[in-house]
Design a protein around this ligand. Structure first.
Ligand code: URA
Length: 210
């Protein structure tokens, strides 16, 4: 069978587009989108880490430092996260990190339903590109979003992080299969030190899964 040369080239190129290139294209798409919170924030906070990683962390929303630098988890919570990664012999090159919201909510308030609905289609695209084997959800928002099968309206039916943390769940959503490991958000232990033990235990669970 004969194909036009241009068709073959096109197929070839499509097959070998890297995850990084696809994420770069998606980042540009988010930058161009006129979405909630864009006007009140400084920078888009898209994601960081290794696009080919097997582990994806999903946080909640950028804070002040992240907003200023356009990079997730660069403030105090980020330092904690780095320490936990180090504890299980991982570094940023072994993981990818993204958030539910791509822009900072004013005064770091909680994300609202409209914002989650506006921003999470981009997170789902990130997940489809990265195809992680393990998704670690940090805190209530990302845990409820993923465990509700990405259905924002069903998030309120999901139990809270104090019940769910450290209990891995296998999920198959739209042909994507991954293990979800819910954890407390590292920022939570800055307010309640006793959560540090829970976070350490939950990171050690991840270590057994690698
Ligand atoms: N907390 C988050 O959930 N995400 C960040 O990027 C920073 C702090």
């Amino acid at each position: 069978m004969f194909f036009e040369k241009s068709f073959i080239n096109c197929k070839f190129i499509k097959l070998f587009v890297s995850k990084k290139e696809n994420l770069d294209k998606l980042k540009q798409k988010v930058e161009e989108a006129d979405i909630l919170l864009k006007d009140t924030s400084t920078n888009l906070v898209f994601g960081k880490g290794n696009p080919d990683a097997n582990i994806l962390f999903i946080g909640e929303a950028p804070g002040n430092n992240e907003d200023l630098q356009g990079i997730p988890f660069v403030g105090t919570a980020g330092k904690q996260l780095d320490e936990f990664l180090h504890m299980i012999d991982l570094c940023i090159d072994d993981v990818y990190i993204a958030n539910i919201l791509k822009y900072r909510p004013p005064n770091n308030r909680n994300p609202n339903v409209e914002e989650i609905k506006a921003h999470t289609p981009f997170l789902i695209e990130q997940i489809k590109i990265i195809q992680p084997k393990i998704i670690i959800t940090l805190g209530n928002f990302s845990t409820k979003f993923v465990l509700s099968n990405f259905d924002v309206d069903k998030m309120k039916k999901i139990e809270g992080i104090s019940v769910l943390h450290g209990k891995p769940v296998t999920k198959i959503i739209n042909d994507l299969k991954f293990l979800v490991v819910p954890m407390y958000h590292p920022a939570a232990m800055l307010y309640k030190r006793s959560l540090k033990d829970d976070l350490e235990k939950d990171f050690l669970i991840v270590k057994t899964l690698l």
